[in-house]
Design a protein around this ligand. Structure first.
Ligand code: SAH
Length: 458
């Protein structure tokens, strides 16, 4: 028998927000029935319109705010100045940090039953603006003019954007410059609906420490009209550019990068440093997008690993080997494992680049490779995991419990799967000693944590 819901679609009701969802929407309860409303903040009273009702929750739209939260700020710039995806832009930075830290505590308690665990105050940025080292913006046409910026939320309409407050100034400048050049040369924008036209995306990447710049133009067609002129102008107008890449994506798809990548000018890669470790970054490489906070995160992981130089370490989900190379400086040997073969190629190249010889990288699934290593007698003293949002595979957690590394350092981009996995490891004999949230992505709802676990007594 279906329960009668306390609200109906199109109702206007007065509510008070109690909480935020994991992606930053306000939560109000109507007779216990949760209503999610974008931009509502805890403590705020408002009139909302119900726009959707489901079995377990409804969705509303904010109509009028009666009482404002002290954490509410005016959105710092007009739509023209930002790229989408900043779910928390209406919350002061202090409020964002408080919300993220609370979220970690709540989720660890609710999902992980870890009520007493030590969660340190979140480490935020001193200056939470202009932090991203990479942008990829969709290109379209409006009133006969080439535009580029970001998709309006839940639509395919492109908002033309001049400057993003979360991108490094060098990245903003590169995107803006390439856009102007393409406009001037009248390179046709891609038309998504008709699947016609040429220029789909402009991407720019910057090595924050080196200042080196990479520009990638992504087109539907193999040919770029006025290609030589385009290259010439980019070089002339962006003196820091070291690499200009062409990527062809001929498919009807939302995926940005396509099947074919060629070098138009300069080097295939740009370089950057995290701490003392140098990285080569190609157009297709995964590389952390907030280098300042990445250093903070890796320093914490290194501190938690507590290496004396004697230990053998496994770095599971190692990507291009960033954490592995960081840890190699303080351990006897590091074994990195990662499922994407190109990433492992980058990892090996990065090891060579730094003259680091005590690392070994393997391609494969962590949950397959690590049990095999364990069977072969390779049991690490310290195990680091940095899985994608879905967390660690159950088979990997089981192997950790059997292998009994002295310490597990868990780097996580999703508190919910972190909490689930910590519970499994706790039940298998580990103790969660410390949890350190780090704000890697200010103004978005993402929160990163690094956690130290060890066997035995607290
Ligand atoms: N530690 C790296 C990358 C972390 S992102 C860094 O800090 O830069 C998570 C990585 O896990 C991605 O590179 C993804 O390709 C990889 N991955 C996803 N599933 C995997 C699996 N089952 N086994 C090994 N690696 C996996």
């Amino acid at each position: 028998m279906s329960r009668t819901l306390p609200v109906k679609k199109n109702d206007y009701i007065d509510v008070e927000f109690e909480d935020l969802t994991h992606d930053g929407a306000g939560v109000a309860k109507v007779d216990g029935y949760p209503l999610f409303v974008a931009s509502g903040l805890p403590g705020e009273k408002a009139k909302v319109k119900v726009i959707k009702t489901g079995k377990s929750y409804g969705v509303g739209r904010l109509i009028e705010l009666y009482e404002k939260s002290p954490y509410r700020v005016d959105i710092p710039a007009s739509e023209k100045h930002k790229y989408g995806g900043c779910q928390l832009e209406h919350i002061s930075y202090e409020g964002q940090l408080k919300y993220k830290e609370n979220q970690v505590r709540q989720v660890l308690a609710r999902i992980g039953k870890l009520d007493d665990v030590q969660v340190h105050p979140i480490i935020g940025m001193d200056n939470p603006w202009h932090y991203r080292n990479k942008a990829q913006v969709p290109v379209g046409e409006k009133d006969g003019k080439l535009i580029a910026g970001f998709f309006k939320p839940r639509s395919h309409e492109i908002i033309d954007t001049d400057e993003s407050l979360i991108q490094l100034p060098e990245v903003n400048e590169a995107i803006q410059t390439v856009k102007e050049i393409c406009r001037k040369l009248e390179i046709p924008a891609y038309d998504e609906e008709a699947h016609k036209g040429v220029l789909r995306h402009i991407m720019a990447r910057c090595g924050r420490q080196t200042g080196e710049l990479m520009v990638v133009v992504i087109t539907r067609t193999e040919d770029i009209p006025h290609k030589n002129k385009l290259i010439e102008e980019i070089i002339a107008r962006l003196p820091k550019v070291k690499s200009i890449i062409h990527n062809v994506n001929s498919k009807r798809t939302n995926v940005i990068l396509g099947e074919k990548t060629t070098l138009l000018w300069g080097s295939e890669v740009i370089y950057d440093y995290i701490g003392d470790v140098k990285f080569a970054i190609s157009a297709l490489s995964f590389y952390q997008i907030n280098p300042v906070q990445t250093k903070v995160l890796y320093d914490k992981a290194l501190e938690y690993a507590g290496l004396s130089g004697e230990e053998s370490v496994i770095d599971a989900y190692c990507g291009i080997g960033t954490i592995s190379l960081f840890l190699a400086q303080k351990s006897s040997k590091v074994f990195g494992v990662e499922v994407v073969p190109e990433a492992i190629k980058d990892a090996r190249r990065n090891a060579d680049l730094n003259g680091i010889t005590n690392v070994e990288f393997a391609v494969g699934q962590a949950e397959v490779v690590i049990p095999k290593w364990y069977e072969e007698g390779n049991a690490a003293d310290v195990l680091v995991v940095d899985p994608p949002r879905k967390g660690c595979d159950a088979a990997l957690l089981q192997t950790i419990i059997e292998m009994k590394p002295k310490k597990v350092v868990y780097v996580s981009c999703n508190p919910a799967t972190l909490a689930r996995d910590l519970r499994i490891l706790e039940d298998g004999g580990y103790m969660t000693l410390e949890v350190q949230p780090v704000d890697m992505f200010p103004h978005t709802s993402h929160v990163e944590c690094v956690v130290l676990m060890s066997r035995g007594e607290k």
